[in-house]
Design a protein around this ligand. Structure first.
Ligand SMILES: [Zn+2]
Length: 188
């Protein structure tokens, strides 16, 4: 198969990207042209042509990794990802969405909320305090360690900040009043 490159036609890479819907051939994520390159399925070094039927668009990092490996080795690399192919370097994604994903992951844990159908931590704390009756912690420090132990028991990851937040929530709800180091309760 031959094509004639003329000045008004798009480049080889442009055409491959267009026919692949702007996605990487391997991982199917949006592939910005800046990181895209033409991968020869049968490597040029192994006699592969630059015809469209021997070429795909993928990111430069993967192209470099595949290099002039044999078709068998390339297939092995693809199959080893078990249908969940990720390009090396994770560059095959629009620049606009990539940083926000990273920011979300790095962001601190949000305030305690309902998750996975379980009770919110504040409800767990209130239920536990009610159950304790007269033996409720009377000092802030004891209340903090009680909450910490309770969250741990529920196999929730907890931080000192979350414990402090829960004590503040108890006060906001008027369930606990703190005077110096002492706590009194109005659990109702
Ligand atoms: Zn990719």
């Amino acid at each position: 198969m031959h094509y004639i490159e003329t000045s008004y036609m798009t480049t080889h890479l442009d055409r491959l990207l267009f026919s692949q819907g702007g996605q990487c051939f391997f991982c199917r994520k949006p592939l910005p042209k800046a990181v895209a390159s033409v991968e020869h399925i049968v490597a040029s070094a192994n006699g592969g042509t630059s015809d469209d039927d021997n070429c795909v668009a993928c990111c430069k990092a993967l192209n470099h990794l595949l290099g002039s490996k044999s078709i068998k080795e390339k297939l092995q690399i693809v199959l080893n990802q078990r249908g969940n192919f990720q390009c090396p370097g994770n560059v095959c994604a629009p620049a606009a969405t990539a940083p926000s994903t990273i920011t979300q992951k790095a962001a601190p844990k949000p305030a305690p909320t309902l998750g996975n159908g379980a009770s919110a931590p504040i409800d767990l704390v209130l239920a536990d305090l009610k159950k304790r009756g007269a033996s409720r912690p009377r000092k802030v420090s004891t209340l903090a360690s009680t909450i910490k132990a309770l969250l741990k028991q529920q196999q929730r990851t907890n931080t000192d900040a979350e414990v402090t937040g829960l004590i503040a929530e108890l006060q906001n709800r008027g369930k606990a009043t703190i005077t110096d180091t002492k706590v009194t309760y109005k659990l109702g």
